[in-house]
Design a protein around this ligand. Sequence first.
Ligand SMILES: *[C@@H]1O[C@H](CO)[C@@H](O)[C@H](O)[C@H]1NC(C)=O
Ligand SMILES: *[C@@H]1O[C@H](CO)[C@@H](O)[C@H](O)[C@H]1NC(C)=O
Ligand SMILES: *[C@@H]1O[C@H](CO)[C@@H](O)[C@H](O)[C@H]1NC(C)=O
Ligand SMILES: *[C@@H]1O[C@H](CO)[C@@H](O)[C@H](O)[C@H]1NC(C)=O
Ligand SMILES: *[C@@H]1O[C@H](CO)[C@@H](O)[C@H](O)[C@H]1NC(C)=O
Length: 467
Amino acid sequence: MAVIVLVLVTILLRGAESRKARILENFDYRAISCRAHTASLTEFGGVGDGKTSNTKAFKTAVDKLSQYASNGGAQLFVPAGKWLTGSFSLTSHFTLYLHKDAVLLASQDINEWPVIKPLPSYGRGRDAAAGRFTSLIFGTNLTDVIVTGDNATIDGQGEFWWQQFHKKKLKYTRPYLIEIMFSENIQISNLTLLNSPSWNVHPVYSSNILVQGITIIAPITSPNTDGINPDSCTNTRIEDCYIVSGDDCVAVKSGWDEYGIAFGWPTKQLVIRRLTCISPYSAVIALGSEMSGGIQDVRAEDIVAIHTESGVRIKTAVGRGGYVKDIYVRKVTMHTMKWAFWMTGNYGSHADTHWDPKALPEIKGINYRDIVADNVTMAARLEGISNAPFTGICISNVTIGLAAKAKKQPWTCADVAGITSGVTPRPCELLPDQGPEKAVTCEFPEDNLPIDLVELRKCSYSMHSYV
Ligand SMILES: *[C@@H]1O[C@H](CO)[C@@H](O)[C@H](O)[C@H]1NC(C)=O
Ligand SMILES: *[C@@H]1O[C@H](CO)[C@@H](O)[C@H](O)[C@H]1NC(C)=O
Ligand SMILES: *[C@@H]1O[C@H](CO)[C@@H](O)[C@H](O)[C@H]1NC(C)=O
Ligand SMILES: *[C@@H]1O[C@H](CO)[C@@H](O)[C@H](O)[C@H]1NC(C)=O
Ligand SMILES: *[C@@H]1O[C@H](CO)[C@@H](O)[C@H](O)[C@H]1NC(C)=O
């Protein structure tokens, strides 16, 4: 594998810069592409004092560095320091690299958050019917874009937004920390994301996405602080993430009711592995509730859940249309759960009143195996739709230890069909156990998805930075 070593010594002799301390920074990391050009935020007027706004510095930097897109690409280096900023956009063939002691602080000045149109597959904003505040780090129509660091921090300072949300004062939907839209070849890695105003990482209408080594932390009562939301995305790999949040750790989506049906862009070929989740009021992995463009071929394995409401939950409703199919989950350990499995066809939560009562979602081919859970209140709550039952459910080799205060009936099932094998406690009659003679191992594909074959290169840099 080619190792590209780029030695770039930036010597700035401008008056203001030369009075500042000059530090040699050496760093390397693994990425989908290395860059020929690199510059520090301080070269564009950035001030890392935690008080000065750097929105303009980021915008100027990205604008200047975009000239290298067709000439080896560029990296913007953010040195140690506290960098207050509002929303800014990325460009193609570009890396935003944060030093391990760099903290991006999201501005609380509403003027630093331009408003953009609602997502076409949602028709309206999630918090308010009108537009939405642009995400802190935003990108659209890009190719080859990387946001990474040596576990550096991006702090959304969400308290301000959560209060506005609770007081119903928001005119527009809250911003996310990172949103990349209509793009391909994306890497988001080795960062700690704190206190997002709402969702944390939102790749949407995109493909070839790698999310790796992300720590996400938000208060467990904070509203809608989903961890990672692949939304109408193809070929996504999420691995080695640790998430504590007030909403789903990973929420797989594809648009809402009639808007999502019309847009018709599914999420498919999604790998989730080595995820640890703590989310007492939500799920480890949610499929939906906005799934109107369809969700297909999700492979999740090596998952740990601690004090989380449900393991995998499928949320849908009449009017959603779309489908959730070919879902594969294995090797899950859960401690202290309300429901190990939850499916509902009655989630409600419509975009508006124009949803089509004939638009029934199709839920089929749901495979769960090799799961151990303890201290669980209810093994499963599975509620399909009467004229559109959830079918092809397979659950094998699952041991669920019930809590002292467990519900008397560990399984409740309605409008679902499938089989189980080697599952305790004894499943409901709609999912009959096949018995020891006909033991079944539920399917989990052994082939690779294209995103599994993406290789990372070691990128090494040496540069002077001024603080
Ligand atoms: C992220 O950090 C981990 C641990 O330091 C390291 O093993 C991994 O290679 C890094 N990943 C990337 C993409 O830089
Ligand atoms: C981005 O791509 C989408 C889909 O191809 C297109 O509809 C949209 O106009 C593009 N936006 C910009 C700003 O180029
Ligand atoms: C990254 O930082 C978070 C928060 O400080 C910490 O909990 C986590 O262990 C760190 N991860 C790595 C890989 O160093
Ligand atoms: C059953 O699941 C457990 C827990 O994941 C695993 O260790 C074991 O190997 C599985 N058994 C079979 C027969 O696959
Ligand atoms: C079991 O779960 C309950 C909450 O449902 C919690 O209070 C208790 O500490 C848990 N016990 C263990 C042993 O984890």
